[in-house]
Design a binder for this molecule. Sequence first.
Ligand code: FES
Length: 244
Amino acid sequence: MESPFEVLRLDADADEEEIEQAYRERVKQAHPDQGGSIEEFQTVRTAYERIKAGYSPNGKSASAEGASAGNGTRAQDRASGQDRAGAKNEARDTAESEPDDRAEWATSEVTYLNYDVLSDFGWETDDRNLFRKASAADLDEDDFGQFVADPGQSLLEAAEDHGFAWPFACRGGACANCAIMIRDGELSMPSSHVLSAEMMEQGIRLSCNGVPITRELEIIYNVKHMPELEDLLLPPDPFENAYS
Ligand code: FES
């Protein structure tokens, strides 16, 4: 079995910058929408997460406690007394100790935040502490929380299965009504969609045909209100009526 450093094609003495660069390259190559596969993509993600959690090329991983004290990742930041975040970290620790157990990846845990609340609090989409702030803000369940997406299920379908009425129109890749912004994790989408390369680079994805391919996702939904997406919106009524 390849070590995390081998998966990322890194030398054992690679520094932080080299690790980040190698990850960005490998994650693009491995993406199922770019000729890779879900399995390869997840292997690359796991390798990166294990390195960030303290994996050492000499064969020893830092303990979850040590990693938590040392690297300050977003998920670990959110662990400050929040039950949901605590459960998430526990799941992550388990997955890190068993990185090759495919069952750990069978579902994706989605942490969502409603774009509409950002302006209420003066938050920005690129704030690295955004989800920690949201976790501490005692938001309504419609605006912030977590749910689990089943394998192969689109993000929109998963949200609806949990009782949420996220926006949509065509449900076919032809508008931006269902757009979400990815903060962590990834979705796989068909190539036929309306989003530009710049929007994709920004992390914008479509929830109606985007399928989670990482075991964890942090997303902002309802981003159809972003000015750059305005021209891609469709009137939702005919579609909502047809769907209902
Ligand atoms: Fe139109 Fe998703 S609802 S692309």
